[in-house]
Every structure is written in C-alpha cells, then in structure tokens.
Write a protein that binds this ligand. Structure first.
Ligand SMILES: Cc1cc2nc3c(=O)[nH]c(=O)nc-3n(C[C@H](O)[C@H](O)[C@H](O)COP(=O)(O)OP(=O)(O)OC[C@H]3O[C@@H](n4cnc5c(N)ncnc54)[C@H](O)[C@@H]3O)c2cc1C
Length: 430
C-alpha cells in the first residue's frame, strides 16, 4: 500500500497543505508528540473528567509536557520580555498544534485551546506589561492553567446583550457579581479572563470591561464539573462571583476600561480560527479509523472497503477532510500575513491604527463552520463503516461524534456563524 503516513500513524495528506518546510517541521513534531505522549493517555483523560472533586491528574500531567514543548505560547511573541517560553509563531502554527492534539484527545485539545488561545493569547495581545509579567511565565511553563469566561446561563449567542454579570466601580477598584456557565478549565484554572457589563448611569451607553481574576480571590467560587455528552475529559463548570473585589490593576490592558466588547469580539475571531483545529483533528481520526477498519473487515469474501457504496463513503470522507483543512489553513495564512504586515509597520493589535483583515470575521467563522459540519458528517460515516462496532464504546467512533458535536455550539453556534457570515456578505452591498 502506498500511504501518506508522515508519523507512521495517520493518513493525513501532507501533499495538499501548502505548508512551508518550517511549518511542516513544526507540524510533524506536534503530531509525533500527539502520537507518543497524548494518545496513550487519552483514555485516562476521558475517565478522569466530569467527577466532583476530580483531580484531572493525567490532563494536567500532559499540560506540563506540552509546556516543555512551548505549545502554550505558540503565538506569544518571543521579544516579549515576560514570555521566555513564547514561540513567537503564527496562528497557522497554533491551528496545526490544535489539530494534532485533537487527533489523539479532543478533550485535552479543548482544554489546551481554552488555555493557550482564549486565555494566553488574549492576555498576550491586550494585557499590560505588568499583567503579562505576572501571569504569562506561569501560564507558559505549565504552572498555571488559564480560562476565559463570557457565557452565562442566560447569555450565550447574545453574549453581550443578555449579560448579567456586572462590575461596579468603587473608589478602590471594582466589585464583580454574577455567574458564568460552561467555562472550559473552570474546575482547575488558576486565572480567568472575565467579561462583565459596567454598571452605568441610567440612559448611558452600556459598556463592558475585561478583568483578570485569580482563583483565590475572595467571593469567587466554582460549581461542580458539568457532565457532558462528549469532551468528557475536558473540565467544564460554572463560575460564581459574589461581591468579588478587584483592584483597578485587574482590568485587562492599561487603557481598556469600558472596551470589553472590542476585546471579546476580536478574540472570538481568532478563537474560531484556532479551534478549527478541533474538528479537523477529530475528522482525521475518524477517517483513519474508518479507512483501516474497512480494509480489515471482510464480508462476502471481500474487504468491505472495496464494495462500491463503501468506496463512495471513503471518497466523501477523504474529500471532506482535505477541503476543510486546506480552507482553514488558507484562512490562517491570510490572518498571519495581515498580522505580519501590521507588525512591519509597527502596529500592534492594541494600537488604534490596527485594522483587522478585510474578511477576517467571516472567514474565521466560515473555517470552523465548514470543518464542524464535515467533522460531524465524517464521524457519522466512520460509525457506519464500523457497522455494529461503530456503536460499541470499545471502538472510538461514537466518541468522535460526541466530541465533534461540541464544535457546533462552542465558540458560537453553527446558526450564529451562518448568520454572521451572511450579515458580513450583505454588508458588502450597503
Ligand atoms: C463544552 C462547552 C465548553 C464551553 N466553553 C466555554 C468557555 O470556555 N467560555 C465561554 O465563555 N463559553 C463556553 N461555552 C459556551 C458556548 O460558547 C455557548 O454554549 C454558545 O455560545 C451558545 O450559547 P447557548 O448555549 O446559550 O445557546 P443559545 O444562545 O441559547 O442558543 C440556542 C439555540 O438558538 C440558536 N440561536 C440563538 N441565537 C440565534 C441567532 N441570532 N440566529 C440563529 N440561531 C440562533 C442557537 O444556534 C442554538 O441552536 C462552552 C460550551 C460548551 C458546551
């Protein structure tokens, strides 16, 4: 058989990716790590999740190993004095890392994405020098786990408009009250990026602010881990804020009081882009499982993969994984190119002159929208290819489906992504 198995472990088609030699080297290193370190621990990570008082021992152990590879600071600039473990690489690299880890453990990868993108990348882009100096080294070397909290029981898709968590300004700082729900890494995180609505005068424009909240802050607590359909090894829970006092230095960034909406929205685009690695990795795993199975399983005296209708399934899965991947990589490259250009001109994301790439919002949403639809389709096809075994939990097919389904709601739902892309397309005609 001639097969494309760069690490001896996957049928990932590296001939189509258009990656540079350096990007490819990075990709192979992370896939190798995923195969050697993550895969053998994936089962333990699943079993340790969702338990009250759970220690998430294996997940945290692998987190540390990822830190040693610099994976928590993929996009953190190396020139940043506070980030000795930052790799200063691109969103393409971050997407590649997310994909490779998701291949072996989608749960670990979700936790990794929440830590390294939602928390670390937001802190790196928007935080003040003091905040970066205080938090980034520990977040990068694996001493701290990070999380980001925007959603609430009553505020999901309409996250800003329906937000109830509030920050009241006092002479000494702020008092935070409210709850956040479905927060990835909530049970174990040491520091949280939290969005809250500012308490404003009646009739005044509603503004929002982003805060950095350490776990030990008095008045802060977490609920019990949520029992989930998939991603069972990824820690998720409610956050509770009861008269939590935060000093002014807890506002993310030095001049971002009342600018939380901007911070949240720009972060969501990049979150969608990097998390696209989730459905891509799961889809590749489902494809690999299916393709191997149908070439081992024989019925009617032939390998079932050679039966016409099964062959058509392979063609559909192969096309889905490669189209979703090449599109996602292209979006990542476009975002990276823009960031590089801005940097060359001395403009950083926090700078007033910084303009987002023309199609960034719609393309990041489209990348995860498409990859998610295809990952769910491919996971279902994988189940079907395995026949009865697809329905048995000794085989991974059902887990792929359950894990892929998360990406239909996490980082904004499929419906909201479609609505957003359509709105952006229509805006071209205004
Ligand atoms: C495992 C997991 C981990 C998560 N991790 C985090 C995290 O770390 N941090 C965080 O802040 N949040 C997190 N979330 C929350 C996630 O972002 C929200 O669940 C998501 O934004 C959807 O919000 P909702 O659940 O309130 O759904 P709702 O907004 O109530 O939506 C219900 C349904 O209505 C549809 N709908 C709503 N509005 C529209 C519209 N305008 N157009 C069309 N359809 C619409 C939705 O698509 C959906 O089908 C996580 C969720 C899960 C399940």
């Amino acid at each position: 058989m001639t097969q494309i198995k760069p690490n001896g472990d996957t049928y990932y088609n590296s001939t189509l990716t258009g990656l540079s030699p350096a990007e490819n080297e990075f990709r192979e290193a992370v896939w190798d790590f995923s195969a050697r370190v993550v895969k053998p621990r994936a089962e333990a990570i699943e079993k340790e999740g969702g338990k009250e008082g759970g220690e998430y021992k294996t997940l945290l152990e692998v987190h540390k190993k990822m830190a040693e590879m610099g994976l928590h600071g993929v996009t953190v600039p190396t020139e940043d004095i506070t980030s000795s473990l930052g790799l200063g690489l691109s969103y393409t690299h971050h997407l590649l890392a997310m994909e490779a880890v998701s291949y072996s453990s989608a749960s670990l990868a979700l936790s990794y994405g929440a830590h390294s993108n939602l928390c670390v990348n937001q802190l790196s882009r928007w935080g003040s020098n003091e905040q970066k100096a205080k938090w980034i080294p520990g977040l990068l070397d694996g001493s701290y786990i990070g999380a980001l909290a925007m959603s609430e029981v009553g505020a999901g898709s309409d996250v800003l408009g329906s937000m109830r968590s509030s920050a009241r300004k006092t002479d000494e700082g702020f008092v935070l009250n409210g709850n956040k729900f479905w927060i990835t890494n909530g049970p174990k995180a040491d520091v949280f990026i939290v969005y809250a609505k500012d308490v404003v005068e009646p009739g005044a424009k509603q503004t929002y602010t982003t805060f950095l909240v350490p776990r030990e802050t008095p008045g802060f607590s977490t609920g019990k881990p949520l029992d989930k359909f998939g991603m069972r090894g990824s820690p998720t829970c409610e956050l509770i804020f009861e008269d939590v006092f935060l000093p002014s230095s807890a506002v993310l960034g030095s001049s971002l009081l009342g600018k939380g909406a901007k911070v949240l929205m720009s972060g969501l685009d990049l979150e969608r882009l990097v998390l696209t690695g989730g459905p891509l990795g799961i889809m590749q795993a489902a494809y690999d499982t299916a393709v191997e199975y149908v070439h081992q399983r024989e019925q009617f005296g032939v390998r079932v993969g050679t039966i016409g209708s099964m062959q058509a399934k392979l063609a559909g899965m192969y096309t889905a994984v490669n189209t979703a991947r090449t599109f996602a990589y292209s979006v990542a490259r476009a975002v990276d190119w823009h960031n590089e250009e801005a940097k060359k001109n001395g403009i950083e994301p926090g700078d007033k002159r910084y303009v987002y790439p023309v199609n960034q919002r719609r393309d990041c949403a489209a990348a995860i929208l498409y990859a998610t639809d295809k990952a769910i389709e491919v996971a279902l096809e994988c189940m079907q290819c395995l026949g009865g075994n697809g329905y048995i939990n000794d085989y991974p097919a059902a887990r792929y489906l359950a894990d892929a389904r998360l990406y239909a709601v996490g980082a904004g739902t499929q419906e909201v992504r479609r609505w957003l892309i359509g709105r952006e397309v229509n805006s071209d005609f205004e």
